[in-house]
Ligand binder design. Sequence first.
Ligand SMILES: C=C(O[C@@H]1C=C(C(=O)O)C=C[C@H]1O)C(=O)O
Length: 381
Amino acid sequence: MPNQNLINLRERITEIDEQLLTLLSKRSDIATEVAKTKLALHKPIRDEIREAELLSALIEKSNALGLDQNYIARVFRLIIEDSVQKQQKWMNQELSSTDSSASRVAFLGPKGSYSHLAARAFGHSHFDKTIECSCHRFDDIFEMVETGHAEYAVVPIENTSSGAINEVYDLLQSTSLSIVGEKIMPIEHCFMGIKPINLDEITTVYSHPQPFQQCSQFLSKYPHWKIVYCESTAAAMEMVYNEQNSSHVAIGSEAGGQIYGLNLIEKVPTNQGQNMTRFVVLHRKPKTIPLHIPTKSTFLMATGQHAGALVEALIILKNHNIVMSKLESRPMKGNPWEEMFYIDVQANLISEEFQEAITHLKSETRFFKVLGSYPVDGILF
Ligand SMILES: C=C(O[C@@H]1C=C(C(=O)O)C=C[C@H]1O)C(=O)O
C-alpha cells in the first residue's frame, strides 16, 4: 500500500506538470502569432539577440530561485529550438501556398563570381526559370531564404586551398534552413582580357587577393607585372572591361569573364594542382532522398565536456556502421569556450541505421541537430 504522503506529493507534481504543458502550449500559440507578424514585416524567424536576452534573464532568475543554471539553460534552449522549428514550418506552409513557378536562388555576388557560377549551374539543372538574387553578405543570403524572398541559397563551405569558410559554418549553427544539395566546383583561374594577347604583352593584372595567393608561383615568373587588388574577381573583370586597355587583364573564371564581355587569354596554373570549392544548397524545407540514391547527411552536435565525450559520440557512428566523411569544429555561438562539431556522414536520414544512431547520439550529446540529407555531389532530388 503506497504511503498517503507520497501519493499526495505525486498528485501535486502531476498537477504542476499539467500546468507546464498548458503553459508550453500557450507559448507555442504565441510563437505562431510572432511568425505571422514576422512574415508581414519580412523579418527572419530566428532572432539571436532576443534569444540571448531571454536566456540570460532566465538564468539570472533561476539563480534567485535556487535552480541549476545549466539545467535551466538546456531546458529553455530546447523550448526555443522547438518554437523556431514550429514558426519555420508555419512560414513554409504559408509561402508554399503562394509559390511562384520560377525559383529564386540567392548567392554571394557580384555577378561573375564563382558563387554566381555555382548558383547558376544549380538553377539551370533544376528549374525552367531561375531568378538570380545577388547578395553582398553571407547573412543576407540566409535571411533571403529564411524570410521567403528566395527559395534556395547556394553558399561556399570549403575550398581545397584555403580550407573551411568559417562565416558560413557559423551561420549554419543558428539557421532554420536545411541543406538539400551540394556542388563541388573546380576553380580554374584564367587570365581574361578585352582581346587575346601573349603573356609578355601584359602590364597589369587585377584580381582578388585569393587568386593571387593561389597562383603566386606562376606569377613570380613575371615580376614586372603590376598587381592590383580588387574586392572580387568579378570587380576585377568589370575594371578590365571598363578600361578597354588590351595590356590589362583580370584573373577570374572563364565563364565569369564572358559575363563581362572578356576573352580567355590563358589558364593560370595554381600552386596546388587541384583547386575546388564545395558549395551547399539551402532550402526552407528538408528533402527526403530515396534510399537507392548515394546520400550524405550533415549534422551538428555539442558533446559534454568530460574526457572522451567526442570519442564516445563517434563510437556510436562506428557501432551503426556509419562512415564519417568530415569533421569540423567551431566555437559555439554564445558559448565561445565550447565547440560545436559539424559532421558529414555517408548516410540517409530515412535509413534505419542512421535513425538508430541519431537516437543514441541524442541521448549522449548536449545539442544535436540534423542539417539535412542530400545526394552526393550536386544532384538535387
Ligand atoms: C518567438 C520568437 O521567435 C524566435 C523564438 C524565440 C522564442 O521561442 O522565445 C525567440 C526568438 C526567436 O528566435 C521571437 O522572435 O520572439
